[in-house]
Design a protein around this ligand. Structure first.
Ligand SMILES: Cc1cc2nc3c(=O)[nH]c(=O)nc-3n(C[C@H](O)[C@H](O)[C@H](O)COP(=O)(O)OP(=O)(O)OC[C@H]3O[C@@H](n4cnc5c(N)ncnc54)[C@H](O)[C@@H]3O)c2cc1C
Length: 497
């Protein structure tokens, strides 16, 4: 029977990204999916800089970028089209080394993720394989699946199984996790159109139409694709409303049938759920399997990418025997304790935003819902820290920026998957670095602006670029060194600068 370090159930964006990351760490990885190909219709249309940074790690960012569209921001308008709130997004390269936001077509990304995975010999992908049974045997997990191309049942074992198997996750059932319900369950009609010609008046902004009668969202996606998401009212029939004639009537304020082709229409029920348990023994969840969000923040897939970025290096350290016993258990426990509050915060914010789109028809209502110090209505991007886990102090668990080194290289390209100390040059002098830890200083990079944002003179970054904490003195930095773990990949001792 074949044995793997990790078996991933589900080859959506979460499973494919995790497979890349584990493959890069040299783990023998199996990916199983019951479908023969990736889902060909659009779902996600937005991802953010943090996600693009993960794509940088796995070597697909440069190929992905030309397939994205620039996203200037979101506007809220009332029923008469009056602007209620502008939420502009910063343009150009931001702290993560990438733009703040990207518009994209999910099938483009999934095709790229899959195409590039073929180049990773450590990863075996089996499509048309339906997993129907897993058994945690204490020292490994036994999986049974049906190869649907020939009806044969096969068995494999793996040290760990990660369920990236979507909203109806089988692995979640084996974990027997309940779901925390954040209270949002609504039907929305999703309409994807492909323009036949130019239609500049639709604009590049996402627009939230806060119409009390029938709230709707418009999103510009790359190329000629355009998306509308429209509330389905109680009592309306999902099948009926998705019929072309009814859809054209619903979008008639913006576009006519002779101006675009209908790529698809579907009624989705958007949920707001977080799994109570993300792990039981050797079974672990990631992506939609452990959280589902309404799409108003465009953060569902982003959250799954954050999950696997948090998880991969922990699994690599354990599978390679670099962290063992009780320390390995604590390391795996930190996955849920760190990720769950972060994922939950995004979902809670999306639920608030959904409520706002549904109820706010006036500037006053928006101002009341989104108050800011100067009294204007304002919407800001959020960046919740990780929950309690591996770091220490107020500045632990923050996503740190990506300094550019003096020669223009992005830090993560120079030191992939490594622990890194980022420090003011003065503080870095004479440092006794732990083995395998890289050093980036304010003298050899633009780290000063990133440290200023964190509010510390130095920090130690984990392979997923979250902070173990901040330090202002050599002693505080030495205390952070005590928390450093081995690197998940083999590295040479870096040259000191
Ligand atoms: C209308 C809409 C708009 C959205 N907009 C955004 C957005 O703008 N930004 C964003 O970040 N997210 C968005 N999302 C969410 C995003 O699409 C999902 O979060 C993302 O696709 C989930 O990825 P995943 O890999 O976790 O799961 P999935 O993509 O659902 O993949 C799960 C895979 O597991 C396989 N599988 C399941 N069970 C088994 C089994 N037993 N055996 C073998 N294989 C199995 C399935 O075949 C599937 O391929 C949107 C979603 C929708 C519906």
């Amino acid at each position: 029977m074949d044995h793997y370090d990790v078996a991933i159930v589900g080859y959506g964006p979460a499973g494919a990204t995790l497979a890349h990351l584990l493959g890069q760490c040299g783990l023998k990885t199996l990916v199983l999916d019951r479908e023969s190909a990736h889902y060909h219709l659009p779902r996600a249309v937005h991802f953010d800089a943090e996600v693009m940074r993960v794509f940088q790690w796995i070597g697909i960012a440069d190929a992905m970028e030309p397939m994205t569209a620039i996203h200037p921001g979101m506007r809220f308008v009332d029923g008469a089209g009056k602007l209620l709130l502008d939420w502009p997004r910063p343009q150009g390269e931001g702290p993560q080394g990438w733009r703040a936001n990207y518009r994209f077509h999910q099938p483009d990304l999934e095709a790229l993720l899959r195409g590039r995975l073929a180049e990773r010999p450590e990863v075996t992908v089996r499509t048309r394989c339906d997993v129907f049974h897993v058994e945690d045997q204490g020292d490994k997990v036994a999986l049974r699946f049906e190869d649907m191309s020939c009806g044969r049942v096969e068995r494999v074992t793996a040290a760990y199984v990660v369920g990236c198997d979507g909203a109806r996750s089988l692995i979640r059932r084996y974990i027997e996790s309940g779901m925390e319900d954040l209270g949002f369950h609504e039907r929305w009609l999703v309409v994807d159109l492909i323009l036949k010609g130019e239609k500049p008046e639709l604009g590049d902004h996402s627009i939230q139409y806060c119409r009390p009668g029938r709230p709707a969202t418009y999103v510009r996606t790359p190329g000629k694709r355009r998306r509308w998401e429209i509330t389905v009212l109680p009592g309306e029939d999902s099948a009926e409303i998705a019929k072309p004639e009814n859809v054209w009537a619903l979008v008639s304020d913006w576009i006519a049938p002779d101006e675009a082709e209908m790529e698809r229409t579907a009624v989705y029920v958007f949920h707001s759920l977080v799994a109570e348990d993300w792990r039981k023994g050797r079974l672990i969840l990631a992506g939609d399997a452990c959280h589902q969000t309404p799409p108003f923040m465009g953060q569902g897939m982003c959250a799954g990418t954050r999950d696997v970025a948090n998880l991969y290096w922990k699994l690599a350290l354990i599978c390679k025997g670099k962290v063992t016993g009780a320390a390995a258990e604590r390391l795996l426990d930190s996955y849920e304790s760190e990720r769950k509050p972060n994922a939950r915060e995004y979902i809670a914010t999306a639920v608030r935003l959904g409520g706002l789109i549904n109820t706010a028809g006036t500037e006053a209502a928006l101002r009341a819902a989104l108050p800011s110090a100067d009294g204007s209505a304002r919407m800001e991007s959020i960046a919740p820290p990780l929950g309690e886990g591996l770091g220490t102090g107020e500045t632990a668990g923050r996503l740190f920026g990506q300094p550019r080194l003096s020669d223009g290289t992005r830090m993560d390209d120079r030191y992939p998957h490594q622990f890194v100390v980022v420090a003011e040059a003065g503080l870095a002098e004479g440092l006794d670095l732990p083995e395998g830890v890289a050093l980036v200083t304010t003298a050899d990079s633009n780290a000063a602006e990133h440290l200023a944002r964190l509010g510390a003179r130095a920090t130690v970054l984990r392979p997923d670029r979250h902070t173990l904490g901040g330090a202002d003195t050599a002693e505080e930095l030495a205390a952070l060194f005590a928390l450093v773990l081995p690197n998940p990949i083999e590295t040479q001792q870096p040259e000191l600068v």
